[in-house]
Design a protein around this ligand. Structure first.
Ligand code: GLN
Length: 317
């Protein structure tokens, strides 16, 4: 008798389309979709009813539903792409400057940084992201423009821009980020000027892209470091694995445990309401809905991803 295997049936592109449509219908029925971030006033105006979801498979197939081509603010999703760039520039030495453990605190908390003398817990909390951005601006005179170019290259969309109003709004209300950056500087953990790091950080967060752009931009993480469309090597397979591991353990701040429990895939969120999820070897899935839960993650986005991994019967577990 042939041994029993656990080989899974391949999900056809048309099936992904049907799955996404089913999820969008469920989300539409749900009246309560969290609260739009108000601490960055320029984000507070986005209607909570917006919803988009896009799947990009490693074989190039794509499925999309909702406001898939509407632009939204990347916010902390940018931290995945700056991490890739900083690893390219600084190599493994980067890990002397930033840790790899979940924080169990809010993304903009200062508490842990004080205990740990300015070595941020991981690259996805704000303190860690400032160290990563410092690495980029101190290696590369083009700084924030290089970050924008990287997002354009990975999404295959040269029209992607900074949203200067969001960047300005964030600078005006960015006292916590400024406090974090000055604290890092006081501990000798930033090489560049605090203002230069903050300026690049606020700009990277302000990048406006669509859900479709996001699903494409993350495709290398599902594909061993190789961009699905261009076949360019973006990072090594080993780094892609490690970035996925960091997303799994640190990508949703102090909600990583419940996200792993409910959804079961590496993912990164942003307060613009976007989430990028990765099923290594299979696909990326991007979702956007601007209403946030108490942890600062898209409320309907998390729910949609939970439905997605449940319906297709795939996760990393
Ligand atoms: N720009 C935001 C901030 O620094 C990013 C936070 C986020 O998306 N979690 O506060």
């Amino acid at each position: 008798m042939a041994p029993r295997t656990h080989r899974r049936k391949k999900v056809a592109a048309s099936d992904y389309q049907a799955v996404l449509e089913g999820i969008a219908a469920r989300v539409r029925e749900q009246p309560n979709r969290g609260k739009v971030a108000t601490y960055i006033p320029a984000l507070a105006r986005i209607p909570k009813t917006k919803f988009a979801m896009v799947v990009k498979c490693v074989d190039g197939r794509e499925a999309a539903v909702g406001d898939a081509d509407e632009l939204f603010s990347m916010q902390s999703l940018s931290k995945v792409f700056t991490l890739v760039m900083a690893l390219r520039q600084a190599g493994a030495g980067l890990w002397h400057r930033v840790g790899r453990e979940p924080s169990g605190n809010r993304f903009n908390s200062l508490v842990q940084l004080e205990y740990e003398q300015g070595v941020p817990r991981n690259p996805f909390i704000n303190a860690g992201a400032h160290v990563i951005t410092d690495c980029i601006v101190s290696h590369d005179a083009a700084g924030k423009q290089s970050i924008l170019n990287e997002v354009r290259r990975l999404s295959g969309n040269a029209a992607i821009q900074f949203d200067l109003e969001v960047a300005r709004s964030e600078r005006e209300h960015g006292h916590l980020n400024a406090a974090i950056a000055h604290f890092l500087k006081a501990h000798g953990k930033l090489r560049s000027d605090v203002d230069e790091v903050l300026d690049a950080y606020f700009h990277q967060c302000s990048i406006a892209l669509s859900c479709r752009d996001l699903a494409r931009a993350g495709s290398f993480l599902a594909n061993g470091g190789i961009d699905v469309t261009t076949k360019d090597r973006i990072t090594t397979a080993r780094r892609a694995k490690r970035i996925n591991a960091l997303m799994m353990t640190c990508g949703l701040y102090d909600a990583v445990g419940s996200f792993a429990f409910r959804v079961g895939i590496p993912a990164k969120s942003g307060v613009g309401g976007g989430i990028l999820g990765i099923i290594p070897g299979l696909l990326t899935v991007a979702v956007w809905s601007p209403g946030l839960d108490a942890n600062g993650n898209s409320d309907a986005g998390v729910r949609a991803l939970e439905l997605f991994t449940t319906k297709i019967g795939r996760s990393v577990f």
